[in-house]
Design a protein around this ligand. Sequence first.
Ligand SMILES: NC(=O)c1ccc[n+]([C@@H]2O[C@H](COP(=O)([O-])OP(=O)(O)OC[C@H]3O[C@@H](n4cnc5c(N)ncnc54)[C@H](O)[C@@H]3O)[C@@H](O)[C@H]2O)c1
Ligand SMILES: N[C@H](CO)Cc1c[nH]c[nH+]1
Ligand SMILES: [Zn+2]
Length: 432
Amino acid sequence: MKTFNYNSLSPERIEALIKRPKMDFASVFGRVQPILDAVEERGDEAIRTYTKKFDGIDLDSVTIDPSVADVSLDAEAKEAIDRAMSNIFRFHREQGTSRIDVETMDGVVCSRVARPIERVGLYIPGGTAPLPSTAMMLGVPAMIAGCKTIVIATPPDQNGNIPASILYVAKKVGAQTVVKAGGAQAIAGMAFGTETIPKVDKIFGPGNQYVTAAKMLLQNSEAMVAIDMPAGPSEVLVVADASTDPEFIAADLLSQAEHGSDSQAVLVITDDADLEAIHNATVKQLNALPRKGYAADALEKSFILTVENTIQAMEFSNRYAPEHLIISTEDAEELSEEVVNAGSVFIGRWTPESMGDYASGTNHTLPTYGYARMYSGVSLHSYQKFITMQKISEDGLRSLGPVVETLAEIEGLQGHKNAVSIRLNKLSKAMR
Ligand SMILES: NC(=O)c1ccc[n+]([C@@H]2O[C@H](COP(=O)([O-])OP(=O)(O)OC[C@H]3O[C@@H](n4cnc5c(N)ncnc54)[C@H](O)[C@@H]3O)[C@@H](O)[C@H]2O)c1
Ligand SMILES: N[C@H](CO)Cc1c[nH]c[nH+]1
Ligand SMILES: [Zn+2]
């Protein structure tokens, strides 16, 4: 990993580090748009064609109904999934916002109620590894919100089947349909609907450049579909000091680097730390990883930044706005108060990021690429709409009506004024 010293870098160089490697979406959009058009026009047949082309699979059927699917999963795997889902359930259920009712003045009551988005599509990446944890993270809040239609899409394995772990989660969250396809074709299938895939209103989930490009294009199309957030390759930023165990640092960096060649792992560490020990631990652990190739590629594009103190480390972290921030310093708890921009934060030496990826209860679908500056991760609210209501009594109309008449007059909107005046006249006649 390249190493820089914060105080020796020019402002331009720091800005470049914060920006991440450039994503070339223009050329991907050009490749993805024809796939979207084909699925819109030809439905399931186009999904079969692209699944054959990109995944090398001849699909017998494009979808399956998980409620009747046979799931053979060993007891240990089931228990682990059950435990994780229970924690995710508990944390997300608490995010439920109860109804708000406010009497803004006598006789004028304003309310806000939450209602589920009725039809949701959950994309579970699977190009290089099946991710049942993402099915849990996206499925559990959909179930709590009460979404009526839950569609899950994920690439099939080499035999054209959906991994049992994902089917198990699909059953548990009450999904009606599992689409046996990945990539842009699966996203288009959910956005437009096909003979076998129900059309959805919002699409969730991370994925590779084709998946992300498809979500971005469809969001601005006639498909009338929303997306959760712009999500890119996984990233982690570790803030550490000389007290942090080099083996922990290496393991945390590698845990995200192994996701894909385009992942980013950043270490921001005080300049009194033993960088050689960290380097040695990283090389040793890297060589033992089955996904060494991806992790090594990712580390090539990653970097270490040495800083004067942990406050300076947090300054950089807030500017970088990482998807995951691990604070592994002696003053971790205090330092967490300094967080302004991050998707999710892991506090203290016993909190590796893997815990949140799988089972602590927080959601692992988070904004990447600096979008943590203005987006939140997936939560229960992502599956809800908040609808406002108001109810005005006769007294309320008498006191607030004239204000609205005046404001409508200022805007020159006589029709708006009339809707109030007609009622006020009726009320004053009834009084006589
Ligand atoms: N931010 C997060 O929460 C998060 C979580 C997990 C994974 N990820 C990211 O998700 C990504 C997963 O990527 P993946 O590739 O393993 O799986 P994926 O499921 O996103 O994509 C696989 C699909 O891409 C399609 N495809 C492959 N080559 C293609 C081509 N040349 N043209 C068009 N389509 C093509 C195939 O149909 C295949 O099914 C990684 O970048 C990883 O970092 C992010
Ligand atoms: N770290 C990923 C989000 O960036 C989520 C994940 C799934 N499985 C393991 N990790
Ligand atoms: Zn992960």
